[in-house]
Design a protein around this ligand. Structure first.
Ligand SMILES: CC(C)(COP(=O)(O)OP(=O)(O)OC[C@H]1O[C@@H](n2cnc3c(N)ncnc32)[C@H](O)[C@@H]1OP(=O)(O)O)[C@@H](O)C(=O)NCCC(=O)NCCS
Length: 161
């Protein structure tokens, strides 16, 4: 009988991950990932507000019976804003976020326009968005109040500047 180490058991195939609508019951697990993913994490109230909006797309990525990632996308007028995406630090670089954003684009409608802000230092996330077709469209100066960092504005579809 072979022994499985903790590191090996953390490895999952992308096919084992499934996507579904995010629910209020997912939020404790979401907050746990959120707090390990961002220097200025969202509060529970912020997630509750977004999940309660009928016009947005909020997704959970699950493996087994656990949450391994989530995405929050809100609709304002005729533009979708990708507000939050994160994957469990132990499950990164497995294609989970890429597939989750693709699923969101499918649910919202490929013909729609999408925008987001991302820290200019977040090269991994920027590379992912560019791989998915988002394009850079300027900066918001000192957008992040925790460290005064600029945000990169990105668009998929025609920018509304
Ligand atoms: C950004 C984040 C969501 C990516 O999740 P992920 O599941 O690891 O990403 P994927 O495996 O789907 O990566 C898809 C592509 O994005 C790019 N990418 C993702 N992470 C990267 C990194 N650390 N460095 C360079 N490129 C990266 C690559 O092009 C990758 O494709 P490849 O693996 O074929 O090269 C994850 O790193 C995360 O949760 N970070 C903390 C929260 C965050 O910064 N969210 C974005 C805020 S705007």
């Amino acid at each position: 009988m072979s022994e499985t180490t903790a590191a090996e058991s953390a490895i999952i195939e992308p096919g084992e991950v499934t996507f579904r609508r995010l629910t209020y019951g997912d939020l404790p697990a979401v907050l746990s990932i959120e707090r390990r993913s961002f220097p200025a994490p969202w509060s529970l109230a912020m997630f509750v507000l977004e999940v309660s909006k009928p016009s947005g797309v909020c997704l959970a990525a699950t493996a087994g019976d656990g949450i391994v990632g989530y995405l929050v996308c809100s609709r304002y007028a005729d533009v979708f804003h990708l507000m939050n995406v994160a994957v469990d630090p132990d499950r990164r670089r497995l294609g989970i976020a890429e597939r989750m954003v693709e699923r969101m684009l499918l649910e919202a409608g490929r013909e729609e326009r999408f925008t987001l802000e991302v820290r200019v230092s977040n090269h991994g996330a920027i590379a992912m968005y560019e791989k998915l077709g988002f394009r850079r469209a300027g900066r918001r100066r000192r957008y992040y109040s925790d460290n005064g960092e600029d945000a990169m504005i990105m668009w998929l579809g025609e920018p509304w500047l």
